[in-house]
Design a protein around this ligand. Structure first.
Ligand code: PMP
Length: 410
């Protein structure tokens, strides 16, 4: 097995001075034993943990890394902006330039607001919708992740029932459940929130059906409510102009973060003209929200992602990986389900409710220097090459053999 002395020592030290040693979804304690918690460095699609183990990275920092670590053009823009200043008494010109780029490239957008994290963006969307409508109820899909604020955290500890008193749940892609939720909201409906596609933990992913997306649009139009698409995870990876362009439905508001500044802390809300006034009236801000460096990184990221057509690149490499996995699954006679867009793959094993097979599989690939996730969607970047995919497929071939020998064929 690979060295883990530094990781182990740091985890022990962290436990003493950080409650639980680590918080949230990046907590390696939630992963099978063998995953590192602490990392030293990243370059392109390669990642090194603090013990010097190298990995081909299929998580891309859980999304932010769209172009690869240290993309030269992004880093150059960052260096230039750093030399000028980052956190000043107000934003730099990058603020206006970035809002202009977002409005130009996003099909539904007439304006943009900036924040730091995805949760900021989804929360601002709800505020804009409520300010615009004067209504309270918001429809959200069961088990969908929209962030870690009291209204949306998946672990409702330290919050009150009142924090989510006005949420009504529906099932993603289930038109009847969406209609029932809208009916329950009656004339108090402020918004319907939809993930760009269904990418919940531990269950097969689903692209939105056109019927579902259209019905969400109609229900919002009928009630004067806002249709919100949460692009935090899928944004810039599914479609350059907005993920629901693929189903021909335009939202009123979209929440963006993760990929939009290639790893620098930035989030955005884009909206339609009719919501401009509400977006003007709400009060949201943060000490670091207007920082110039992340916005410079955002400008470079938007430019490179469009010029180099990241969407096509990751779709092509994702398909190469998916085809390879499907062939190996057949030859080892170990059945897996691959779901969602090929560029954001999820691999789940049949008969694996306890995730034993998924864990054995990913721990084995990790030993071969390939960082996969057993139950969360994964990510590709512009930095991945066919060679990286083929190397990763050598690791998955060994991993399928391990699963077959340990748990049998099925
Ligand atoms: N929405 C979605 C779809 C996400 O995937 C995430 C982050 N995993 C968030 C919102 C929240 O983003 P953040 O962690 O940056 O607050």
């Amino acid at each position: 097995s690979r060295p883990s002395f530094q990781n182990t020592a740091l985890r022990e030290r962290a436990k003493r001075v950080v409650p639980g040693g680590m918080t949230g979804h990046l907590n390696a304690a939630l992963l099978p034993a063998g995953y590192p918690q602490f990392f030293e460095r990243g370059q392109g699609c390669h990642l090194w943990d603090v013990d010097g183990n190298e990995y081909i990275d299929f998580m891309c920092s859980w999304g932010p890394n769209l172009l690869g670590h240290h993309h030269p053009e992004v880093e150059e823009a960052v260096r230039r902006q750093h030399a000028q200043g980052d956190c000043l008494n107000g934003p730099t010109a990058r603020f206006v330039e970035l809002a202009e780029r977002f409005v130009e490239r996003t099909a539904h957008a007439d304006w943009a607001l900036f924040q730091k994290n995805g949760t900021d963006a989804t929360t601002v969307c709800l505020m804009v919708a409520r300010a615009a409508t004067g209504k309270r109820k918001v429809l959200v899909a069961e088990k969908a992740y929209h962030g870690a604020d009291p209204w949306c955290t998946p672990i409702p500890v330290g919050i009150t029932p009142e924090d989510r008193a006005h949420l009504i749940h529906y099932t993603y892609n289930d038109v009847a459940s969406l209609e029932a939720a809208a009916q329950q909201a009656g004339n108090d409906l402020a918004a319907i929130v939809c993930s760009a596609f269904k990418h919940d933990l531990r269950v097969d992913q689903e692209l939105p059906t056109p019927e579902f997306a259209r019905r969400a649009r109609e229900l919002c139009d009928a009630a004067g409510a806002a249709l919100i698409v949460d692009e935090v995870r899928a944004g810039l990876r599914v479609h350059a102009g907005g993920s629901w362009e693929t189903v021909g439905v335009r939202p009123d508001l979209s929440a963006w973060s993760k990929s939009i500044a290639n790893g620098y802390a930035l989030a955005a809300v884009t909206g339609v003209e009719a919501l401009r006034d509400a977006a003007t009236r709400i009060y949201t801000t943060g000490s670091f929200w207007q920082g110039g460096v992340a916005m410079a990184a955002g400008l470079a990221t938007l430019e490179v992602s469009q010029r180099d057509d990241v969407v096509s690149h990751i779709a092509r490499l994702g398909q190469r990986f998916r085809d390879g996995i499907a062939a190996q699954s057949a030859s080892h006679r170990v059945t897996v389900r691959q779901s969602g867009p090929a560029a954001m793959p999820l691999i789940l094993f049949d008969d694996d409710a306890s995730l034993k097979k998924g864990a054995a599989f990913t721990v084995e690939t990790l030993r071969h220097g390939v960082y996969l996730h057993p139950c969360h969607n994964m990510f590709f970047s512009l930095a991945h090459t066919e060679r990286d995919i083929d190397l990763a497929l050598q690791a998955t071939d060994s991993a399928f053999a391990v699963v077959a020998s340990r748990y049998g064929q099925c």
